[in-house]
Design a protein around this ligand. Structure first.
Ligand code: FAD
Length: 367
């Protein structure tokens, strides 16, 4: 997808995140004019390999954390491809797993779903809170092969009709459809396999409609050349830190935080209904933010930072901070803060708690 943030996808000219994300984008513009996303991956791989202080461990999942006195002491990770177990001991940790897996394993406080309006007095929050989240999506790419390209769907593809798509545009075939979004009513982590199946069935059903319904004859030379195998997860756990961002912060009503490290700027995008392809398109609150709001740097558990879509925010605030350029700058800020903490004399836990870094769980992990 396109990296968006303060520029609001071109809607706010002149605003753009600086730092690492800008360096990467400029280099990509020069070396990857063909816009191949594998080459973007290669660029990121190269950047990490080029840093002497990073040990890159790919295909490896963190599955447990050991804590002591409210601090994470060690994380355990596993690479099944090489049959290695890793035990990583450190003074500071960053949870950038999107799903907040380290925070979960460390027993940090997390949130899931939509807060009721009464909790933070947010105008975009529902009256009654619930566990609904934004759903996941599977995307595809397609191209014009210049000759008829037949498509036969698998038998489990969902039948999709013109009536079902009456509120949606299927007129462009290059990139798939972000609105094929499903699973927000389920658990986007535990139900990931079910969500994957349903999304694949819907994507292939939509493509079957495009290719075989007869309504779009100019799709004849088009064929899919890639389809996602992993549902893109938009939302699940958020880690609660020293400070929790709300709609009021995003709309600039709480002033500028003293530890502002990034800017937001993407609209607050709250679907009123959770999107299914077979239902009318949801109304989308896209509340533009007049000025990109400054975002603070705070901790979760005493020695845990988080960056990305899992930062300490209400569901409404998250709907703006979750985009890639914003996540990237927050990641750079958390990494820089961790480096500063690691290279300075270790503060005692109470002193660290008073500082404006991200926060760590005080309680021992469950079980
Ligand atoms: C379909 C879709 C369309 C979107 N469109 C746009 C768009 O057009 N523009 C935009 O800017 N943003 C878009 N977004 C939002 C944006 O892509 C995400 O919010 C953002 O990428 C979140 O980044 P993240 O690093 O916090 O989390 P993630 O992207 O979820 O990355 C987390 C990483 O951690 C890894 N991980 C998870 N658990 C573990 C573990 N236990 N051990 C080791 N690694 C682990 C995952 O494999 C993953 O690589 C879209 C999101 C979706 C789903």
């Amino acid at each position: 997808m396109h990296i968006v943030g303060a520029d609001c996808h071109g809607g706010r000219p002149g605003w753009r995140e600086g730092g690492l994300i800008e360096e990467f984008r400029l280099e990509d513009a020069v070396n990857n004019p063909q816009r191949s996303f594998e080459f973007w991956d290669l660029l990121l791989y190269d950047k990490v390999l080029s840093e002497p202080n990073i040990t890159l461990v790919l295909d490896t999942v963190l599955y447990a954390a050991e804590t002591e006195n409210g601090l994470i002491r060690r994380v355990l990770a596993r690479c099944d491809k090489t049959e290695h177990l890793y035990r990583v001991t450190a003074r500071l940790f960053l949870d950038c797993t999107g799903d907040s897996r380290l925070a979960l394993e460390a027993g940090a406080e997390t949130r899931w779903g939509r807060e009721p309006k009464s909790e933070f007095n947010e105008s975009l929050a529902p009256v009654i809170g619930d566990r609904q989240t934004l759903g996941s999506s599977i995307l595809f790419t397609a191209r014009d092969y210049g000759r008829p390209m037949p498509f036969r769907p698998p038998k489990w593809a969902r039948p999709v009709t013109k009536e079902m798509l009456k509120f949606r545009s299927v007129g462009s075939w290059e990139y798939g459809y972000w609105w094929i979004e499903w699973g927000g009513q389920l658990d986007t982590i535990r139900d990931n396999e079910r969500i994957r199946f349903e999304l694949l069935a819907i994507v292939l059903g939509v493509w079957d409609y495009i290719k075989n319904s007869g309504d779009l004859p100019s799709s004849a030379p088009w064929a899919m050349d890639w389809i996602g195998a992993l549902p893109g997860k938009r939302e699940n756990r958020r880690v609660i830190g020293d400070y929790l961002l709300t709609q009021h912060d995003l709309e600039g009503r709480n002033g500028e935080p003293v530890d502002a490290v990034a800017i937001g700027g993407w609209p607050l995008t709250i679907p009123q209904r959770f999107r299914r392809v077979a239902e009318p398109r949801s109304a989308l609150h896209a509340v533009g933010l007049q000025h990109p709001p400054p975002l603070p740097l705070r901790r979760s558990v005493t020695n845990l930072f988080m960056a990305g879509r899992n930062i300490s925010a209400s569901h409404v605030a998250f709907s703006s901070t979750r985009v890639m350029a914003t996540c990237s700058v927050l990641g750079q800020a958390a990494g820089t803060a961790a480096m500063l903490c690691a290279t300075q004399k270790p503060p005692s836990p109470p002193a660290l708690r008073g500082r404006t870094v991200a926060r760590v769980a005080a309680d021992p992990p469950p079980g």
